[in-house]
Unconditional design. Sequence first.
Length: 287
Amino acid sequence: MVYTYFYFKKIIVRIFAITFFSLFFFIAIFCFIPNFKTDVSDEEIIEIKLPIIMYHGLVKEKKFENALFINVDLFEEDLKYLIKNNFNSIFVKDLINYVYEDVPLPENPIMITFDDGYSNNFLYGLPLLKKYNQKIVFSPIGDCIGNSTENFQYVTWDQIKEMVETGLVEIQNHSYNTHNLKERKDCLKMKYKFCKKYEEELKIDVMKFQKSVFEHLGQTPEAFVYPFDILCFEAKSILKCLGFKTTFSCKEKINKIFKHPDSIYYLYLFLRPNNITTEKFFKKIYN
């Protein structure tokens, strides 16, 4: 009996000791360490949904419509829809300012982008942007600016300057000349090339466009739009080192923006097709 008594007493003492030190440990964490916090702040947890709509060319005749060229009337219907549904078009710099400078974004933000730099963006698109007071992110191919081919006419630097000066157009980098799938896979590192050689080639191309923009507009793009969405790990690290805070893909998905740089570094877009009404297109995005 005596042995049993002392045995249970010993167990109770151990339980009490474990409970006491456990309680002391948790109190020390939550009370005596006031600077204790997780790696993620409350602001970084706040999520803003951002759809990005990608356009290329605008045409007035149905015979010229294709996978990348839509009717200008359809583009106007899209702009009307955005206004009616209280969307607010934003620039890349608005995203960067939100993440890095804590500048608030407007409610229901949306981004409109035009790639490649066709002259019809200036001729048909700019008047509508002025009419409806909407912003676009304009990403021309550097080597194509001012050129014309049998099928395409591209904007000139004077036209780009006029677009930017309206305050409704923001220019970003779509490479100087990597839109060639036959000779090289755009931003993709070819298997036979050494990393150093690849890095040199990509830097030369990207910075050539940066220099052209600065010479003509006195500003430098902060976003890179991957040609054909062909990218690789090496390109990502090189672009970051060159100072790009944002990159665009061609994957279709609504972006979830947080106050963290990674949330704006690889943005998703929805390509605007020519064979679907405005109402159905935007419903498809949100469904």
